[in-house]
Write a protein that binds this ligand. Structure first.
Ligand code: BTN
Length: 256
């Protein structure tokens, strides 16, 4: 569907709305691998995902029609493979910028790209990149945001919360989607054309637990430390209370 309601150049202009699908990331990946070239910026959104995927093989659950579950196709061929974390930062900052209009100062980014309001998870991002040579060739950016869902299963990790639970009113899903598409496009074009985005600074300043003493675990061993930022490659930098700064890759450290 050609979408003329978003004020973007390309992100979300080709918008495909599905009533139900296993996972919008899966669907977009298949579509992008067909011989017919798919325009960059294509967005697949679904009312209902019956096998939504999260990071680390987790499932992503959302009640049908209540929240945003969508995937965006980018072709960031100008991004070197070793700098692919720039996309994680870009998307996290974009979502944060948009949500800050709704929930102001309680928002943060839990490394690498969970969206948090205080100590509760309101959204998540699953980025699946294809690398060709030394650069990225394709990126499928899957975003799940809890918007108008009124209740969650109790044992879900990250103590989920939705925008409507915080605001006590529903939020228009299409408006929110268009705002996120516009923010991603703005930051993406800046990155592409080499305009200074100070992306890492924007990202780090929003990090959950930045400069706060908290507990972590590595290989089952707990320690107390302070998040100091991320490295250029996106490794999480934590300074243990009595030691030098350590850098952790994804899965190498757990927040307690
Ligand atoms: C996480 O926090 O673990 C990431 C969650 C990502 C969920 C979104 S919903 C749209 C897209 N399709 C999927 O199957 N997953 C992502």
């Amino acid at each position: 569907m050609q979408n003329n309601t978003f004020s973007t150049l390309f992100v979300g202009q080709n918008l495909i709305k599905l009533s139900a699908v296993d996972s919008t990331n899966n669907y977009l990946k298949k579509l992008a691998s067909n011989s017919e070239p798919l325009p960059e910026g294509t967005v697949i959104m679904a009312d209902h995902q019956f096998a939504g995927r999260g990071m680390q093989g987790n499932v992503w659950l959302a009640q049908a029609g209540k929240s945003l579950t969508f995937s965006l196709l980018l072709r960031p061929t100008f991004v070197a493979a070793e700098r692919q974390f720039e996309l994680n930062m870009l998307v996290s900052v974009a979502i944060n910028n948009v949500l800050s209009k709704y929930v102001s100062d309680h928002l943060s980014i839990k490394w690498p790209n969970d969206v948090y309001v205080d100590n509760r998870k309101i959204g998540g991002v699953l980025i699946e990149n294809v690398i060709a040579g030394s650069n990225l060739k394709q990126s499928i950016i899957g975003i799940g945001l809890n918007v108008n869902q009124g209740e969650f299963e109790e044992e879900l990790a990250g103590r989920p919360v939705s925008l409507s639970q915080i605001l006590h009113q529903n939020v228009n899903l299409m408006v929110l989607l268009s705002e996120i598409c516009a923010q991603i496009e703005q930051l993406y074009l800046k990155l592409k054309f080499g305009k200074s985005t100070n992306l890492r600074e924007l990202y780090v300043n929003k990090l959950y637990r930045l400069h706060k003493v908290a507990r972590y675990s590595q290989n089952g061993k707990e320690f107390e430390g302070v998040i100091e930022g991320v490295s250029e490659m996106g490794l999480l930098r934590i300074k243990p209370m009595n030691g030098e700064i350590l850098e952790f890759g994804f899965k190498e450290v757990a927040f307690i």
